[in-house]
Design a protein. Structure first.
Length: 336
């Protein structure tokens, strides 16, 4: 899908038809394309790629190039255009977080974005930036920075939700520890699975933040020849500071996950040790009764207690007493 946005009084204006609340693909009109400052290619067709390449004299990377090793992490310049790939974190309710690559192409005053996955931040940005009260933009670089600010804010929201989830998991883990002391049954497998998912999400969030930081650092130098370079440089530096703060927050959350993982594994070991201790105590407690039963189970004719009327109850009493005394001893020692 090809979406074209031009500037009208500093605000984004969608170049195309709108129907039933959804923006329709822009027509392949060279005049509209040359007027546009933001060209958004979402899962573009071969015809759309060829049209944009021909009219703007830029190279649109294919899906195979975007997701391959050839261009995945390279920021390049060609014919005055900057090609910068960025890893964007996608989070969906109920699904595992995934990374997708978005290609940002700054060609003069235009911004071209090439993506093959729906990104909610792009939809929000295009909807808000087209409103009359939205901030104004001067060119494609300003639109790029607006997108970066919104994606950074969304990453901050995702990390905030992850921190809140870790707070709940911390309470759950140590509540499980109290349940263990009361010898109730529990299962830490779900805790370990949730910790693993959170750790995977944080690692992908870090990768996304690092890719955005790399692009901003590059553009801070590459856009020095712009007429409003001081404002651009300060805004890029502000975005980079936010990304750096979020990267530090990811490290903090990762350390919390490592702590919770160690605590969970430690509690599992405690549970296993408690089970083994119970079996050990039970086996030791039954050793004396087994010894007594073994003695009186021997087939000898001359055993004085066999003719004694109270021999059987005395033997049973000795077995019970020999089982109770070790239990009382272990209890007083605090081993149970």
């Amino acid at each position: 899908m090809l979406a074209l946005y031009s500037l009208r009084n500093g605000h984004l204006d969608f170049c195309g038809e709108e129907g039933s609340g959804a923006k329709a693909p822009a027509p392949l009109d060279a005049r509209l394309l040359l007027e546009a400052v933001w060209i958004d290619l979402h899962e573009p067709t071969q015809e759309e790629e060829t049209f944009v390449e021909r009219e703007l004299n830029i190279n649109i990377p294919t899906r195979e190039q975007i997701f391959g090793l050839e261009m995945a992490n390279r920021i390049t310049e060609e014919n005055g255009a900057i090609y910068a790939p960025a890893s964007i974190l996608l989070t969906h309710n109920g699904d595992a977080p995934v990374l997708t690559t978005v290609f940002f192409i700054l060609a003069g005053k235009r911004l071209v974005t090439v993506r093959h996955s729906p990104i909610h931040a792009f939809e929000i940005f295009s909807g808000e930036a087209c409103k009359s009260g939205a901030p104004k933009f001067a060119d494609g670089a300003g639109i790029y920075m607006g997108l970066m600010e919104l994606m950074t804010d969304r990453l901050a929201d995702v990390l905030g939700q992850a921190g809140a989830a870790l707070d709940i998991m911390t309470q759950h883990v140590f509540q499980e520890e109290l349940r263990f002391r009361r010898a109730e049954i529990k299962d830490f497998r779900r805790v370990l699975a949730r910790l693993g998912r959170r750790g995977d999400m944080l690692s992908k969030a870090r990768e996304s933040l690092l890719s955005l930081m790399r692009i901003n650092t590059y553009l801070t130098t590459a856009l020095e020849d712009m007429p409003h370079r001081k404002e651009v440089r300060e805004r890029l530096r502000s975005i980079s500071n936010d990304i750096g703060a979020l990267t530090d927050h990811v490290s903090y959350l990762s350390s919390r996950i490592a702590l919770l993982l160690d605590a969970t594994v430690g509690l599992i070991n405690l549970e296993q040790n408690g089970i083994i201790k119970i079996f050990s105590v039970v086996s030791v407690a039954f050793l004396p009764p087994t010894l007594i039963a073994s003695i009186y189970g021997m087939n000898f004719h001359h055993m004085p207690e066999l003719d004694w009327p109270f021999g059987y109850p005395v033997a049973v009493g000795l077995m019970v007493l020999s089982a109770v005394l070790p239990y009382v001893f272990f209890k007083r020692k605090g081993w149970l």
